[in-house]
Design a protein. Structure first.
Length: 192
């Protein structure tokens, strides 16, 4: 059970996005073949691809959070000592978590309204709550991932992350950036 949970923690978003991208590619490939070779277009393919794309978009936010891929100024954080970086990132993660927890009830109301309305999609006749569940699932997942990042940075601040607590400034800010990129490539635990 522990191995399954660890695997899901490490690979959930990647696997789901690969499946969604593969499905979108396959569906659109069949659509192109049908339209240009068979001369008959599929009425549902573009709609399904659009809905899969919506799901992939919301799931990718959790993936980006987990992998520390976001818009940020690396050079600014790189000049801080290790614990200073962690403190700065904790503030950032706290604001992110507050934002997504704020959005979560609105996503729930959006989902509930879709369930209550009984609306279906035009071509597939798919209940729209399947599509409108994407923001709810995405915001819940990213909230979980931000909480994970926050906890990791908290341990770094306390010096309990298994590394030597360094409170010296990095003399070369560029080396901090390079180290961050190396950690990311090696699958490092923290976003340095």
């Amino acid at each position: 059970m522990r191995k399954i949970l660890r695997w899901l923690n490490e690979n959930l978003e990647e696997c789901l996005m690969v499946l969604l991208l593969g499905a979108m590619t396959l569906i659109m490939g069949v659509q192109v073949f049908s339209r240009y070779v068979l001369g008959a277009s599929l009425s549902w393919s573009e709609e399904l691809t659009r809905y899969l794309f919506v799901w992939a978009g919301f799931l990718s936010v959790g993936y980006c959070t987990k992998k520390c891929i976001s818009i940020k100024i690396e050079q600014f954080v790189a000049v801080f000592p290790r614990r200073g970086k962690a403190a700065f990132k904790m503030v950032n993660h706290t604001l992110e978590l507050a934002l997504f927890l704020y959005l979560l009830p609105f996503a729930w109301k959006f989902f509930q309204s879709a369930v209550e309305s009984g609306q279906t999609s035009p071509a597939l006749k798919l209940p729209m709550y399947y599509v409108q569940a994407a923001p709810l699932a995405g915001f819940a997942l990213v909230s979980f991932r931000v909480a994970q990042r926050w906890w990791i940075e908290w341990k770094v601040m306390l010096g309990r992350d298994g590394r030597i607590a360094e409170d010296e400034k990095d003399p070369d800010p560029q080396s901090g950036f390079v180290k961050n990129m190396q950690d990311r490539e090696e699958g490092g635990r923290t976003c340095r």
